[in-house]
Write a protein that binds this ligand. Structure first.
Ligand SMILES: [Zn+2]
Length: 71
């Protein structure tokens, strides 16, 4: 079953939804593994998406409460 997270900004109570795969922000890839440039680019893109999902779309605050939703 697909999971999604409902996040609510603590500051202005804006509600937004985040898919489960964007909930955890992946660590930055280790620089030096130059042979896998494609993977690095993909990971950076995913990380950016995760960081965006962890911010209130309205005020940019990263303070929020979240609850799990099953779709
Ligand atoms: Zn907000």
């Amino acid at each position: 079953m697909k999971k999604e997270w409902k996040r609510r900004c603590r500051r202005d109570l804006t509600v937004w939804y985040v898919p489960d795969e964007l909930r955890k922000i992946p660590r930055m890839p280790i620089l030096g593994s130059f042979t896998r440039q494609g993977n690095i680019a993909g990971k950076v893109t995913l990380r950016t998406a995760c960081l965006e999902a962890s911010q209130c779309p309205k005020c940019g605050s990263t303070a929020f409460t979240e609850e799990k939703i099953k779709l």
